[in-house]
Design a protein around this ligand. Structure first.
Ligand code: DNO
Length: 402
């Protein structure tokens, strides 16, 4: 039986991890994006082919585009949103012409993913990305001083946050700021490129969502998908939305893709199989009420892309990124459910049996502790993750006799 396709996120020629490194890690597919093209502009065939040729010249395949960013005007359904939707459609057509069939995107307002620490120390000396509710409170209440933030915290929480804020060094306060704004779209190089970003600008961006609640935001998402899905069908592109990361409200922003119900609503709104999901176990798994295995069973046929990683969470709303096979994700159960889904596709002779997965975020470990690179995307931690996941897959398949 075919394997789940093993892929690796590569940020392009400026990535500190080379395509040859990826090959040595054992992945066959590349997940990449044209980060140099400004958000909202069309990806031309020329630029797509250039990246594709580069990948193929190493004997690898460009399996998935992650991501074609969605312009904030589309998310807010304001300003030039119709123009940006047109551009998005053109990019879909161009990708289809170049033989690329899977496109991952997200619909998170302002920040793509959010962490409060990009170098959270683990007991074994490696580091990982983490999210602390208390650090987020410090950011909102004392660093950004977001108007209205105070109403989200009890008097007791406010007192504790103040105490925590006063205990922090200036260095740590800056780290919190930099970690949070590192998730701004376009920060392919991690927080290095975001230095000098003014907190005031950040607040201005947040303000643009003041009148957009979850219901409105979902309507914006469905409007966008109703427009682009027919184009995706024609171009042979499988769209797959990435869940909110973290999967709960932050900074007073509306969140639309955090739970199984959100996925149900999405699939109900636009029924085409081309409207699919990126199943990210790290993002969905940061919520205790997301039952990952039953989600795979329910949404299986529309899972077009998979991110495998495990978070370890507490009941206060904090989490850190654990080893790929540890943490609160039942990776054995997840992998078995994915293998079963692929087996079903093969039995049913479906056209899209291809289920690419990538080891999401790795720990910063060994030589990478002193190397420069994208937070979560250094080579060695992901190499370890991929090797463990590959072994798990093989073991399950052998035991199931498939
Ligand atoms: C973080 C990633 C996200 C993801 C986008 C997809 O490491 O998982 O940046 O690529 O949200 O659109």
């Amino acid at each position: 039986m075919a394997n789940l396709e093993q892929t690796w996120r590569w940020y392009g020629p400026t990535d500190n991890v080379s395509l040859n490194d990826v090959k040595q890690a054992g992945a066959t597919g590349i997940v990449s994006a044209l980060h140099h093209i400004p958000n909202g502009e069309v990806w031309t065939i020329k630029e797509i082919i250039k990246r594709k040729t580069e990948i193929e010249s190493e004997g690898l395949t460009w399996s998935v585009v992650e991501s074609v960013p969605v312009h904030e005007d589309i998310k807010r359904k304001s300003g030039n949103f119709e123009h940006y939707i047109q551009n998005y459609k053109q990019t879909i057509i161009n990708l289809g012409k170049c033989g690329i069939d899977t496109l991952c995107y997200n619909f998170m307002p302002v920040v793509d993913w959010t962490r409060t620490n990009l170098n959270y120390p683990l007991k074994d000396g490696s580091t990982c990305l983490s999210y602390s509710k208390m650090d987020m409170a410090v950011f909102e209440l004392f660093l950004l001083k977001r108007p209205g933030a105070i109403t989200r915290y009890t008097t007791d929480e406010q007192k504790q946050t103040k105490k925590h804020f006063e205990s922090l060094t200036e260095i740590r306060k800056n780290e919190i700021i930099e970690s949070i704004i590192a998730g701004l779209p376009g920060s392919a190089k991690g927080y290095e490129v975001q230095k000098g970003y003014e907190l005031q600008n950040f607040q201005t961006l947040l303000d643009t969502y003041d009148t957009i609640d979850v219901t409105k935001m979902k309507a914006h998402l469905f409007y966008f998908l109703n427009k682009i899905t027919p184009t995706a069908e024609e171009a042979g592109i499988r769209l797959c939305i990435h869940p909110d990361d973290p999967p709960f409200p932050i900074l007073g922003l509306p969140r639309v893709m955090s739970t199984a119900q959100d996925v149900r609503d999405l699939f109900e709104a636009v029924k085409s199989p081309n409207n699919g999901l990126t199943f990210c176990t790290g993002s969905f798994g940061a919520r205790a009420d997301n039952e990952l295995i039953s989600m795979i069973e329910e949404f299986g046929s529309r899972i077009h892309f998979i991110h495998l990683r495990a978070t370890s969470r507490n009941n206060k709303g904090d989490f850190y990124e654990a080893d790929h096979l540890n943490g609160d994700v039942d990776m054995f159960g997840v992998m078995r459910a994915l293998i079963e889904e692929q087996n079903l596709r093969i039995t049913k002779k479906r056209k899209d049996i291809r289920m690419p997965f990538r080891p999401d975020h790795g720990h910063r470990m060994l030589h990478d502790l002193t190397n420069v690179g994208n937070p979560g995307y250094m080579a060695i931690g992901r190499l370890r993750g991929l090797a463990e996941l590959r072994g798990l897959e093989l073991g399950i398949k052998k035991s199931l006799n498939i």
